[in-house]
Design a protein around this ligand. Sequence first.
Ligand code: FE2
Length: 364
Amino acid sequence: MPPSDFLPIRGYDHVEFYVGNAKQAAHFYDRVFGFKPLAKLGLETGCRDRASYVMQQGRVCFVLTSALLPDHEVTRHCALHGDGVRVVALEVGDVEAAMHAVKTRGATIVQPAHALEDEHGTLKTGVIKYAGDTLFKFVERGAYRGVFAPGFQPIEALGAEPVGLAAIDHVVTNVHLGEMDYWARWYERVLGFTQLKHFTDQDISTEYSALMSKVMENGGGKCKFPINEPAEGRRRSQIDEYLDYYHGPGVQHIAMNTRDICATVRALRARDVDFLRVPDAYYEDLQDRVGKIDEDFEELKELGILVDRDEDGYLLQIFTAPVQDRPTLFFEVIERHGSRGFGVGNFKALFVSLEREQARRGNL
Ligand code: FE2
């Protein structure tokens, strides 16, 4: 049996963030990033220990969760890591089969297959451990017709205008030096993923720092998980900085697709989203590097959008600054035109820019 056949994954279900103040975070994702508040759980809905907001745009679903108690796993997670991703949830057709498969393949079980019910049906979930304190959750929602999950109540709010974010493209994890291979093999062995790409520190390096990356994907290519580890550089790499401030491995960035990156970035800039600044020099010979594309180079320069080309086509991408005070989680907006890559040609230009920000924080 090919490895990817044993665990059919339908796609990303949602990503859950543990945050210090879910109410304010929900406002931020709504007003700034254009996510619509969909459902809520908290004191008003009979939940005594936590509050969660379900936010949706296109097929991207984020859940923002805060604790209501001092001695609580969400409180402890936030104290150690700051705001960050706790759960990456994947949709499967059969949670019991998925949990059985990953258990026999060596996954650490956090929550065995479990059914939640309400008047809208049954939702099944199971949870396993991933890198650091990050978890993978399997969700089976074929027999559930409610708004998100039992316990949640719909929110009657319009939300701000969406900005065109359509789906999650990839989710990147940072791990310690020497751990990338372990986790790449873990994806193969436990989840049946295959390795799509491997970037060495020769591919991704600047004068100061370097990193290595392996990209894992599931059979249908629906879910892509790059894993980064730092490489020896002259100074501390951005991956080391993340690991120091997150206090361990975790999700570094989530990339989301758009069909019109110029419109999406223009809307996000109008709402004061902080993007990484790209040096003007990047655009000087861009046309020579990437050839003919549909977009206007002047507009890309004005908006700070990066372009990369490979054998399959090209992609457009941009990275936000970290979305909390710690230099940890950030977002990427990506528009693909055939390319299945990750913008490796941009890594260098981008890292020079990242390092300038890192130096400003006194961490280089
Ligand atoms: Fe990315």
